[in-house]
Ligand binder design. Structure first.
Ligand code: SAH
Ligand code: SF4
Ligand code: F3S
Length: 347
């Protein structure tokens, strides 16, 4: 029996992974502590979305090792697949792929059960490291997901969050190999069917993250409209409102297509609200391009926007192709404009 500390960096998918990591170590008889100063082992579930996120991982490893040189440090998460050299202070690399989905997660959240429906991503947005860190998209079997939902309900959970980097392409990898999506090609998705199966259950709320605009289908809109327990706050990241920037981001839709999609959803789901992710200061984002992003915000009326200043991420296409040309001061100014427009207004 070892005292084990788990630190989770990054997104909801990492939080969900950590709940299985916990189950993995609990099975070996380890117990969990809240403070790394009391631990024999520290498991760090890493995020590498920006260089600064990656640096926070190294920073924590150093801090823990300095305090207790005898502690065993186990590294898992998104840093493991992309790291080439040995990381000082790390005793063991645990690829997240090795943590089975058959383990019943030890859930941290009290209200909502996080349920991973797919891992990886095939979208290759030019700024994003995730497809390299998590590999190609692999969907879990529908019956396994539903079993996990049922288990969570038996434990008393009334809310479920379905998680994937792009939930809309769930199941696209089930067909024959030739129909597997590579890049932004529309393929038959089983997400509407999965969402319907989950929503049919006696759950108070069913949410999902993230949903990409380019393959958000009419069938999905119908399912959302049909089941009132599907969350009316829909997260629909648009990243930029400018067609040229969107193209260079390899997002697979235009400003008009995004706005049309939002209108269509609003028409069929009248009480819908939206949240979004925006990248500020992507290379080539001149004032006119930025105003297109502002315009999308005005037209949609987001409840929340997660505002990310562009940061070139080593290993991605945009970091290789484009110079990070927008000065930090200008990124901050644009950040403030959008924050005032969207987040302050809805406070
Ligand atoms: N799969 C999810 C999000 C993954 S990353 C989706 O497609 O919505 C979460 C957010 O981080 C992205 O939506 C984007 O806004 C931001 N992001 C990713 N790479 C970035 C980079 N290099 N610089 C700034 N923000 C970035
Ligand atoms: Fe990254 Fe795009 Fe995949 Fe989201 S959809 S994880 S932003 S590559
Ligand atoms: Fe998530 Fe960070 Fe990995 S945002 S997918 S934990 S790189």
């Amino acid at each position: 029996m070892k005292k084990i500390f788990i630190k989770t960096f990054g997104c909801a998918q990492n939080e969900s992974d950590s709940e299985r990591v916990k189950a993995f170590f609990a099975e070996k008889g380890d117990v969990f502590v809240e403070d790394w100063k009391e631990a024999d082992k520290a498991v760090i579930n890493s995020c590498v979305i920006r260089e600064s996120a990656e640096n926070r991982v190294y920073g924590l490893i150093d801090k823990i090792k300095k305090f207790n040189p005898k502690i065993e440090i186990i590294l898992t998460g998104c840093l493991v697949p992309i790291t080439k050299k040995k990381i000082t202070g790390v005793d063991q690399m645990l690829p997240i792929k090795e943590i089975s989905f058959d383990l019943e997660p030890l859930r941290d959240k009290k209200r909502a059960a996080l349920v991973t429906i797919s891992s990886g991503c095939n979208n290759y947005c030019s700024y994003c490291i995730v497809p390299y860190a998590r590999g190609k998209e692999i969907s879990r079997k529908m019956e396994d997901i539903l079993k996990e939902v049922d288990e969570a309900m038996e434990k008393g959970f009334e809310e479920v969050v379905l998680i994937g980097q792009n939930v809309n392409s769930y199941g696209a990898d089930f067909g024959d190999e030739s129909s597997v999506s590579m890049g932004k090609k529309r393929i038959k998705s089983l997400f509407p069917k999965l969402l319907e199966e989950v929503a049919k259950r006696a759950l108070k709320k069913v949410s999902f993250i993230s949903s990409n605009p380019w393959d958000f289908s009419d069938e999905l809109i119908e399912v959302i409209a049909k089941y009132p327990n599907i969350d009316r706050l829909l997260h629909l990241p648009f990243q930029s409102g400018d067609d040229k920037v969107l193209k260079n981001m390899n997002r697979g839709y235009s400003k008009e297509e995004y706005l049309d999609l939002v209108s269509k959803i609003k028409k069929h789901v009248p009480d819908v609200r939206f949240s979004t992710d925006i990248i500020i200061g992507f290379p080539g984002e001149d004032e006119k391009a930025f105003q297109n992003t502002v315009d999308v915000c005005k037209k949609v009326g987001f409840e929340i926007a997660y505002l990310n200043k562009y940061s070139p991420r080593r290993g991605t296409v945009s970091a290789k192709l484009y110079r990070d040309e927008i000065p930090m001061a200008e990124k901050k100014r644009r950040w403030n404009v959008l924050n005032e427009l969207v987040n302050k207004k809805s406070e």
